[in-house]
Design a protein around this ligand. Structure first.
Ligand code: 5AD
Ligand code: SF4
Length: 486
């Protein structure tokens, strides 16, 4: 699904023989026009269009960035494929939140090197969070010299220009910025889903949780202007979108650094007014910044989904201090309790890390206690991963892996129990579901998502995709329901 902006650019009117403009986004339009000439040439030489494959390896933020890369590639004239085998241009949009994310990239590069031998046209590009780590760039230069293009998170808007430089270049093109205060608007985007979309509201993070690499790879917090966000939302709705997810590392501190400050709750009030928009989600909330006003807006809203992702990370106040989370166990419990009281049908989900340096068995008990008390509707559990350059990496008492594994299994078991209990609460009731897709293995069934984020499978067909339907939740199967439309 192409968002309108690209239809408004007339690439044929751009004089590609002139000097490139210095202003953005016009400079990128210029390079897109230049790449289009290259694509025409490719087609003449090869009798087909070049193909590209964009692989998103990270979070929702990363997925939205992948849609921007895809938007630029398809505007240039590339055919988009969903596998690397036949692609002429492959771009891996990397994550680096835990070390296994990095390992996956190296593994994938090994495979791509094989594909590249079979397809001499193939160019390989890397971008995203992992590229912001200097040690990664060193390793790539040394051992993966077949990679053609590397750029980071701060200059993703420059993709067309960098691609143009890469098309006929020999050797590696590398462009990494340490930080930026720039936000470039009005670049083309191609959405994965016709009916739902992420919308960035802010970039970067200022929290510096001691285990987390994100502030180092995504830079300082900066918010988009509300008018730019709302214009994008309106455009998306005009284009058939019914559900948006507002994206930021810490949405609760949205707007604080703008010339005319505005709170996240106020932004939500404005988004609610967009006619035709049916559902609003957002991700991620930091407990320390969650305001009473936000709870009030959620409670009063007809469009904000009954789901709050509220990362706990640990239930031990001592570990929370070490993590620099700036709340205690009691404060988290009080907040979660207040949210559940005010909005009884809300689902609260969370992220938890086990094995943070110095974590004892008693600390884990505290975490288990919070899980029991809050009864999370779902929880993502992670084994602590040491990230070079973060304060936690230098802490003493890094815990041996065997010990962490055992703790992790205990936590996972408990989390699954509470989640099952929570999901099952709605058995027999009728709820609205937004139908997202036809099931891959059975085309007489579709999958929908409830406001509280639970999935439901029901009989249906492709014509229902993107529609909100009333569904009877007949049978709870742990984390999802089987149901039928009413
Ligand atoms: N090790 C393990 N998990 C981590 N996360 C962030 N950094 C680390 C790390 N170093 C988890 C947090 C965060 C989620 C996106 O990833 O739980 O909320
Ligand atoms: Fe997303 Fe963080 Fe991974 Fe970057 S490092 S893709 S921001 S989870």
């Amino acid at each position: 699904m192409e968002e309108n902006i690209s239809n408004e650019i007339d690439f044929d009117k751009i004089d590609i023989k002139s000097e490139p403009p210095t202003e953005e986004p016009f400079r990128q339009y210029f390079y897109m026009a230049k790449c289009r000439e290259w694509v025409k040439d490719f087609k003449q030489r090869n009798g087909r269009l070049p193909k590209s494959f964009v692989l998103n390896m990270g979070c929702q933020m990363n997925a939205r960035d992948s849609e921007k890369l895809t938007g630029i590639l398809s505007n240039i004239g590339y055919e988009i494929t969903d596998g690397e085998d036949e692609a002429d241009f492959v771009i891996l949009n990397t994550c680096t939140v835990r070390d296994n994310a990095n390992q996956k990239v190296y593994g994938r590069l090994g495979e791509l090197n094989g594909c590249r031998r079979r397809n001499p046209h193939m160019k390989i590009a890397l971008c995203g969070c992992m590229m912001q780590e200097p040690s990664v760039i060193e390793r790539l230069k040394k051992s993966y010299s077949f990679v053609n293009l590397i750029f980071g998170t701060h200059n993703i808007f420059k993709f067309a220009e960098l691609l143009y430089m890469t098309l006929d270049a020999k050797g590696m093109v590398i462009d990494i910025w340490e930080d930026t205060d720039k936000i470039v608007e009005e670049l083309p985007v191609e959405r994965k889903y016709s009916f739902k979309s992420g919308v960035n509201i802010m970039f970067g993070c200022n929290n510096f949780c001691s285990y987390c690499i994100v502030p180092y790879v995504r830079g300082r917090e900066r918010s988009r202007k509300p008018e730019d966000i709302l214009r994008e939302v309106r455009r998306l709705v005009d284009d058939g979108v019914v559900e948006i997810m507002l994206l930021g590392q810490n949405v609760n501190s949205y707007g604080k650094t703008l010339e005319q400050p505005i709170s996240f709750a106020e932004l939500l009030r404005e988004a609610e007014k967009v006619e035709g928009l049916k559902r609003i989600r957002f991700m991620t909330s930091h407990p320390k910044d969650l305001s009473d006003d936000l709870i009030k807006v959620m409670k009063e809203s007809k469009k904000i989904c009954r789901h709050l992702h509220l990362p706990l990370q640990s239930g031990s106040t001592r570990i929370l201090n070490q993590m620099n989370r700036r709340y205690s166990k009691e404060q988290y419990l009080e907040l979660a309790g207040r949210i559940r009281r005010e909005i009884p049908d809300i689902a609260i989900t969370t992220d938890i890390i086990v094995g943070f340096p110095g974590e004892t068995k008693e600390d884990l008990e505290e975490t288990l206690d919070v899980v029991k008390k809050v009864k999370f509707d779902n929880a993502f559990t992670f084994i602590y991963s040491k990230r070079t350059g973060t304060p936690a990496a230098a802490m003493e008492d890094q815990i041996p892996e065997e010990e962490v594994k055992e703790r992790f299994d205990r936590l996972l078991k408990l989390v699954q129990e509470t989640a099952r209990g929570q999901v099952a609460k709605y058995q027999g009731s009728v709820m609205e579901a937004l139908i997202e897709e036809v099931n891959a293995n059975d085309d007489t069934m579709v999958t929908g998502r409830l406001s509280n984020n639970t999935l439901v499978h029901l009989p249906g067909n492709a014509s229902m995709v993107g529609k909100v339907v009333q569904v009877s939740l007949d049978e709870c199967h742990g984390f999802y329901y089987m149901g039928h439309p009413i």
